[in-house]
Write a new protein. Structure first.
Length: 276
């Protein structure tokens, strides 16, 4: 892993410094998980621009649970999870991305968020619900992929099962420079997760930031925190936290990305299509 402290001298304005946090989630305990993030962020490198948290980081993914059991964990965009994230983003001057269980008009959503240091917020709901765990019985699907421009970078975001669907992740005309993928992806299927991150990076000529959680869910599934930053050629830039840090760090280079796209413009030959 490349530590930010060792590469600061190489940074320029085109770099975006990333930290992934493969959080050990306490299922159903929102207060404990929010406190764990705040505690970990006390060690966050001050040069970090963006921190990425796992899917439903404040509660854990409700696999196999029914809607009314999950409902008490849901909250509005103004609830405790987003308010605490806003506080941490402001305190550390970083963008923070992840997802949480949202309640909107009585419907529940697995909602992606991107919070900027100034409090600006962007939301979008998970499109592909994981039917093998009954997610469609709890959540309603979203229809828009989260997209945002942050510190000179165009970023897109998907949630867990979304990463399996290339059309949803397609980088039409280089709309994004980096794709964020947040997940609760169990260890038993983690090889697929790792390969999908690489595939999405290669086919879209973009960086991919994939963060999974740690812990054991209410159904007994184990999560090993498999997380990685993949470059536009499908190469792993960073995939393990150090012994003295809970974070995985990497620095994304815009100049290198643009040079590669100019040299190998496969995106120009992509099929034209639109999502209905």
């Amino acid at each position: 892993m490349r530590r930010l402290s060792t590469i600061n001298s190489q940074l320029n304005v085109s770099n975006l410094n990333i930290a992934l946090l493969p959080l050990r989630i306490t299922w159903g305990d929102k207060s404990a998980n929010l406190d764990a993030v705040a505690q970990a962020m006390q060690q966050l490198h001050p040069a970090t621009d963006l921190l990425v948290l796992p899917e439903t980081f404040s509660t854990g993914f409700p696999a196999g649970m029914d809607k009314e059991t999950v409902r008490p964990l849901a909250e509005r965009n103004t609830g405790s999870t987003i308010e605490r994230v806003k506080e941490l983003a402001r305190q550390h001057s970083v963008g923070i991305a992840g997802s949480f269980i949202a309640d909107s008009g009585g419907s529940l959503y697995n909602r992606a968020f991107f919070i900027e240091p100034g409090g600006e917020e962007t939301f979008a709901d998970k499109r592909h619900l994981f039917t093998m765990a009954g997610e469609q019985k709890v959540f309603s699907p979203g229809f828009d992929r989260l997209s945002i421009r942050f510190r000179g970078w165009n970023l897109a975001m998907v949630i867990c099962y979304d990463i399996r669907f290339p059309a949803w992740c397609r980088n039409v005309l280089n709309q994004y420079d980096a794709l964020i993928a947040v997940a609760n992806w169990p260890q038993v299927r983690v090889d697929a997760w790792n390969k999908l991150l690489v595939a999405r990076a290669i086919e879209n000529e973009a960086y991919v930031l994939g963060v999974d959680c740690r812990g054991t869910d209410t159904g007994g599934f184990v999560y090993d925190g498999s997380s990685a930053v993949i470059d536009y050629k499908g190469r792993t830039m960073a995939d393990k936290s150090s012994d003295d840090s809970p974070f995985i760090y990497a620095s994304l280079d815009m100049d290198a990305l643009l040079r590669f796209r100019a040299k190998f413009p496969a995106w120009q030959d992509a099929d034209n299509f639109r999502l209905l």
